[in-house]
Design a protein around this ligand. Structure first.
Ligand SMILES: C[S@@+](CC[C@H](N)C(=O)[O-])C[C@H]1O[C@@H](n2cnc3c(N)ncnc32)[C@H](O)[C@@H]1O
Length: 467
């Protein structure tokens, strides 16, 4: 078989006759609205042969799934420091397209010739930049293969292939929610997440923040559910923006903001953020407390707590006390037993609610890894529950969509803790005049999904100590 890249002329002629409607491979080279993979169409795409080489090489590393894809990509770009901003964009978008649509692309790549990473890379580029811009870089057999794929109707693929989910996860979701829900969720996970901000209302009102964004030329609107939320229309860089530098806004998904509203801490209270990490939710809780009382930010990761420091400085909060713990059984925790008004357990979890941002997680998690996590989640919730005083509340939350990490943990907890009751989330949200569509009726727990709420997938339950 000939392995000479086609001339642009050859491929221009072939592509004119190829079909593409409804195909997963984008045919058109004309600019398009923001698409499935978050890229914008580029008439002058800037694609060059070296991009393809980097994509092949980087895919070889990312697809080992030994480390999180974002860490592998960042490391690769540090090692290849000559790659410019635009080069990195082209490469990273193609890699992420492959991660998002690995089942679909894996099926397509079974046909075709050459290295699997090249075939996958070409499919990633075809999805992000369009089939036509690839023409100058293709061997004739590759051009034929891609053109054949453009004739495949997406609707002819099996539902699981279309959802691009591993079998165990697809089956789990279908068993609980049915095929239509799972298909819609799978589709939503192929799309980029919007960029949400939380206004630090201790410093500035939402209206003032929106006005500042408008002055800076950043298109934004009020977020649909969260009282302090703003949804940006694109993905502008924020780190040079005075509004951001001065702590007027923080980046926080609207779903994550809602979890903090379930904690609803009051001025002067004693509050613990048990798994504070880099403080996404700590900052939100501290602002809700108007920088009064005491807010302990626990975590087992020194590095994550260190990342909280600059964010704390920007926020202007003075009530936050970061505490490094060695485990959920640390003696520092025992000293606070029975003294705390509110505890947030933002538990370490599979992260399967965040597949819009971290598509590699669907390939890095497994039933076995989830089982390990559930044991940890129960242990942390148990320990956190000892902290609250009578009438105090624990909010258990995850960014997972799996029953095993969510409802099952709460059911087990309530079965073994008779001195706790489940407070319906609808009640807590109504007190704050927050409307969340399609709250699950049974059990009063919160479940957010990207295809319904345009947030990441989140779960939360409010547990109150009765005695
Ligand atoms: C979902 S992340 C927290 C994200 C953070 N709350 C935010 O909003 O940015 C879970 C965190 O739990 C921490 N963690 C893991 N095991 C823990 C334990 N036994 N006790 C406390 N924190 C733990 C992890 O280091 C990680 O930072």
């Amino acid at each position: 078989m000939s392995r000479n890249p086609a001339t642009p002329q050859d491929n221009r002629q072939r592509s004119r006759s190829s079909k593409g409607k409804g195909s997963p491979i984008r045919k058109a080279a004309t600019p398009r609205p923001q698409g499935v993979d978050g890229a914008y169409g580029r008439s002058g795409s800037g694609l060059q042969a070296f991009h393809l080489q980097h994509i092949e090489r980087l895919l070889g590393k990312v697809l080992l799934f030994a480390r999180p894809a974002d860490a592998v990509v960042s490391y690769y770009f540090r090692e290849n420091a000559k790659l410019g901003h635009r080069d990195r964009g082209i490469i990273a978008e193609a890699i992420y397209a492959v991660l998002r649509r690995r089942v679909e692309f894996g099926q397509f790549a079974e046909s075709g010739t050459g290295a699997a990473t090249r075939r996958l890379g070409l499919l990633g580029l075809a999805a992000t930049l369009g089939r036509d811009v690839l023409s100058p870089f293709l061997y004739p057999d590759e051009a034929e293969w891609l053109d054949r794929l453009t004739t495949i109707e997406r609707s002819s693929l099996s539902p699981r292939v279309r959802a691009n989910l591993p079998e165990w996860l697809y089956d789990d979701l279908v068993a609980r929610h049915g095929e239509a829900f799972t298909t819609a969720l799978g589709d939503a996970w192929l799309r980029p997440a919007p960029l949400d901000l939380r206004v630090n209302t201790a410093k500035i009102s939402r209206e003032e923040a929106l006005a500042e964004l408008e002055t800076a030329g950043i298109a934004a609107e009020v977020a649909p559910m969260s009282p302090a939320g703003i949804r940006l229309k694109g993905k502008p860089a924020l780190n040079q923006l005075p509004l951001f530098i001065n702590g007027g806004v923080e980046v926080q998904d609207e779903g994550s903001q809602l979890l903090c509203h379930l904690v609803a801490p009051k001025r002067g209270e004693m509050v613990v953020d048990f798994c504070a990490g880099a403080g996404g939710k700590t900052l939100s809780l501290g602002a809700a407390m108007r920088s009064t009382g005491r807010l302990y930010a626990f975590d087992v990761s020194e590095k994550r707590l260190a990342n909280l420091k600059p964010r704390l400085a920007r926020s202007g909060l003075s009530n936050v006390h970061p505490v490094l713990i060695d485990s959920e059984r640390d003696a520092k925790i025992k000293r606070l037993a029975g003294k705390i008004d509110r505890v947030l357990v933002d538990a370490p979890c599979s992260g399967l609610g965040t597949l819009r941002r971290n598509p590699d997680l669907k390939w890095r998690q497994s039933p076995e890894s989830v089982l390990e996590l559930t044991a940890k989640q129960s242990a942390i919730l148990d320990s956190a529950a000892r902290l609250v005083k009578g009438g105090g509340r624990v909010v258990y939350a995850t960014c997972s969509v799996l029953e095993a990490e969510n409802e099952a943990i709460i059911r087990d907890f309530l079965a073994t803790h008779e001195n706790f009751r489940l407070v319906p989330v609808a009640e807590v949200l109504a007190e704050q005049k927050i409307e969340v569509p399609e709250l699950p009726a049974e059990g009063g727990m919160l479940a957010l999904y990207p295809h319904i709420h345009q947030t990441d997938g989140f779960f939360a339950a409010v547990l109150e100590r009765t005695r």
